[in-house]
Design a binder for this molecule. Structure first.
Ligand code: 13P
Length: 250
């Protein structure tokens, strides 16, 4: 496979500054020389602490969300400029917890995504179906809608700054991982769709991470699959003992 594996830790709403600094330092030292691509995405309040620790290392700095406007009267939101000012390079958008618990829809996610690209941030666009949607045989349809609407108005050149994360909602934080075969089937579907929208070269190049209960004991099997190019890790990203073996697999 010509694509580089990309393994990202989404720290969600965990850790204080001291704890975040400790984790970031451990990761910088233990992932040194690691051959894949890495990212950590701490909470907004931790970014300034983590930024100087990961600077100059092989770990990119990410944020977990971003406002859809550049500035103004948006109480509680954080802007693209504020993220860039802290050294953020990547933003996770459309996470299922944003979609389902905070009611972010595809149009909003698309607006955020285009704003992030306009200002040179890399975007990890998350897609994925609910359990009832999978059981109703609608997993592909849901992912297609989220992908097509999320990428509306994005050019082929801009796509180079986008990573897709397939995170089946029923596998997030539940300990239930999709089987490598089931995950790969959706990844293959997503890659084909990217091919239809942007051409064969774009499809070959796009990085598609899997997320949902990725652990040291299942990561290698998942990423051995043809279309699984990395992982977006939640719970197991909170400790070096569990994140490092995932990040250094292979
Ligand atoms: P878990 O690894 O805890 O299931 O979380 C996955 C996830 O949502 C990463 O964004």
């Amino acid at each position: 496979m010509s694509r580089t594996y990309y393994i990202a830790g989404n720290w969600k709403m965990h850790k204080t500054r001291a704890e975040a600094a400790e984790l970031a330092k451990a990761l910088v030292s233990q992932l040194k020389g690691g051959k894949h691509r890495y990212l950590v995405a701490p909470s907004f309040t931790l970014i300034e602490t983590v930024a100087p620790i990961v600077k100059g290392s092989n770990i990119r700095l990410g944020a977990q969300n971003m406002a859809c406007e550049e500035q103004g009267a948006h109480t509680g939101e954080v802007s693209v400029f504020q993220l860039k000012d802290l050294g953020v390079q990547t933003v996770i958008l459309g996470h299922s917890e944003r979609r389902h618990n905070y009611k972010e829809d595809d149009a909003l996610i698309n607006k955020k995504l285009k704003l992030a690209l306009k200002h040179g941030l890399e975007v990890i666009l998350c897609i994925g179906e609910l359990l009832e949607e999978r059981e109703a045989g609608k997993a592909e349809q849901v992912c297609e809608t989220q992908l097509v609407k999320g990428l509306e108005g994005v050019s082929a050149a801009e796509l180079a700054n986008i990573v897709i994360a397939y995170e089946p909602v029923w596998a997030i934080g539940t300990g239930k991982t999709a089987t490598p075969e089931d995950a790969d089937a959706i990844h293959a579907f997503v890659r084909k769709l990217i091919g239809k929208l942007y051409g064969a070269d774009a499809a070959e190049k796009i990085i598609i991470q899997y997320g949902g209960s990725v652990k040291p004991d299942n990561a290698a099997q998942l990423m051995a699959k043809e279309n699984i190019d990395g992982a977006l890790v939640g719970g197991a990203a909170l400790k070096p003992d569990t994140f490092v073996p995932i990040a250094l697999f292979g």
